[in-house]
Design a protein around this ligand. Structure first.
Ligand code: ZN
Ligand code: ZN
Length: 152
C-alpha cells in the first residue's frame, strides 16, 4: 500500500502535536488538525469537516466544532471571528497577524502584525482593565474585485 504513506505522515505529525499539547489522540482530532495544516488558512468548519471526513468517514458538524474548540483551546489552531462570516480556522503560529477581508468576494488574507506608532493599539481604558488581545480587521477590495469594479 504505497498510497497510504502520503496520508500517514501528516497524521503522525498531527498525533505528535496533540501529544505535545497533552491532548488525547483521536482520529477526528488528527484529521481536523491535518485539514487545518494542509490548507493555506482561513477555512470554515464545514469545509474542514468535508476534508477531515475523507480520512475519518462521517463526522458531524457538531463533532467538528467540538474538535476545533479543543484544538483552539490547546493553542494548536487559531480561530478568527469576522462579522458576517462563519468562524475561520488556521494553524496557530503565535505571530499575532491581522486579516484583510474583501467586501466583494469575502476573500481573507493575512496581514503582518501592525507595528510602529499605532495609537489604537494602546486602548484608552482605565488600568483596572486587563487587555489581552487586540484584533485588527482591515476591510476593502481585493485586486480581483477592484479590477471587476473598474471594468463595469
Ligand atoms: Zn475580492
Ligand atoms: Zn490568518
Amino acid at each position: 500500500m504505497t498510497t497510504a504513506t502520503t496520508v500517514d505522515e501528516p497524521m503522525a505529525l498531527a498525533a505528535a502535536q496533540l501529544r505535545t499539547a497533552r491532548m488525547r489522540v483521536t482520529a477526528p482530532r488528527m484529521a481536523v488538525l491535518v485539514a487545518v495544516s494542509d490548507s493555506s488558512g482561513h477555512l470554515d468548519a464545514d469545509t474542514l469537516r468535508e476534508r477531515a471526513q475523507r480520512v475519518t468517514g462521517h463526522l458531524s458538524l457538531q463533532a467538528t466544532y467540538n474538535v476545533l474548540h479543543a484544538l483552539t483551546d490547546a493553542g494548536l489552531v487559531r480561530c478568527t471571528q469576522i462579522p458576517g462570516h462563519p468562524a475561520r480556522y488556521e494553524t496557530e503560529r503565535h505571530d499575532n497577524h491581522h486579516h484583510f477581508v474583501c467586501r466583494g468576494c469575502g476573500a481573507i488574507r493575512d496581514v503582518e502584525c501592525t507595528v510602529g506608532t499605532a495609537p489604537c493599539m494602546e486602548p484608552q481604558l482605565p488600568e483596572e482593565y486587563d487587555t489581552q488581545e487586540a484584533v485588527v480587521t482591515f476591510w476593502g477590495l481585493c485586486p480581483d474585485c477592484r479590477a471587476a469594479t473598474s471594468e463595469s
